[in-house]
Design a protein around this ligand. Structure first.
Ligand code: BTN
Length: 269
């Protein structure tokens, strides 16, 4: 099946003068939009610079994994965010982004839409989108970060390797229809921008409490966390003001977990 490219002229028209997406860099094929956005960050490109690609040949996922980015099927986007005056807000920039995406998907399709800590977006319990935040450069430049979004849109089951099929989905697989990626991206950038400026203007607490409404893990959920090799079991106890997970481990101690992967242990609390 032939899939339509993004309508980049329409995107440029819509995004002109907006805080996110002007300037806009568009590539048919690239190693990684995050890699390109990091170069632009080093070259001094402004806050809101957006890099889009139809295909990535070395799409990067969290924790050193690859992000499959077949041509014209997903949204592969990297946004440059600078400077963030309050360094405490920096880790929350991705939480605001995830909120923007989850709110968009909630209104555009019927599946159950949630966020799994730290910021995986799930539809009907399967991962549909992920974020990778990366930064470079010294403190003298002010805090700056690239936030990369990978969203599975028009993939069908066969577009994923067998090892992933039970855990991932696309909007097409969840809804049974082909999506217009240009319209979706436009809606998503508007919500992302709204959530981002809410974070900068009102601070982290509000974003985190809004985020918690979408959390796939409720307070007290029994989880297993993989912290790059260290495995911990415990009870999910919400988030710290920096977006770390609070994990109650044996003996009632609460560990703050800043990175890693978490899975609910089924059949229990
Ligand atoms: C994850 O592992 O959940 C994060 C995936 C992030 C993928 C996106 S696709 C656009 C941007 N460019 C990359 O190389 N990675 C991110």
């Amino acid at each position: 099946m032939n899939h339509a490219p993004l309508d980049v002229d329409a995107l440029r028209r819509i995004l002109r003068g907006r805080r996110f997406g002007d300037p806009l860099f568009y590539f048919e094929k690239i190693h990684s939009t995050n890699e390109r956005a990091l170069e632009l960050l080093e070259q001094g490109f402004p806050d809101g610079t957006l890099v889009l690609a139809e295909e990535q040949t070395r799409g990067r996922g969290r924790r050193g994994r690859a992000w499959l980015s077949p041509p014209r099927l997903g949204i592969y986007a990297s946004l440059l965010v600078r400077p963030v005056a309050d360094p405490f807000l920096l880790p929350l920039v991705t939480f605001a982004a995830a909120l923007g995406v989850v709110r968009t998907l909630e209104t555009e399709q019927d599946g159950k839409t949630e966020i799994k800590w730290p910021n995986d977006v799930l539809v009907d319990d399967r991962k549909v989108a992920g974020f990778l935040a990366e930064s470079r450069g010294g403190a003298e430049e002010g805090a700056a970060v690239v936030v990369g979004l990978g969203l599975n849109v028009n993939q069908s089951r066969d577009d994923f390797p067998e090892t992933l099929r039970e855990r991932v989905t696309s909007l097409r697989m969840a809804s049974g229809r082909i999506w217009d990626r240009t319209l979706l991206l436009t809606a998503l950038l508007a919500r992302w921008e709204e959530e981002h400026f809410r974070l900068l203007e009102r601070g982290g607490a509000e974003v985190l409490s809004r985020w918690e409404r979408y959390s796939s893990l409720r307070n007290g959920a029994r989880v297993r966390a993989d912290l790059d090799g260290e495995i911990l079991q415990g009870l999910f106890r919400g988030l710290t003001p920096l977006g770390e997970m609070r994990l109650e481990v044996e003996g009632g101690n609460v560990r703050r977990v800043a990175f890693g992967e978490v899975h609910r242990v089924l059949g229990e609390a």
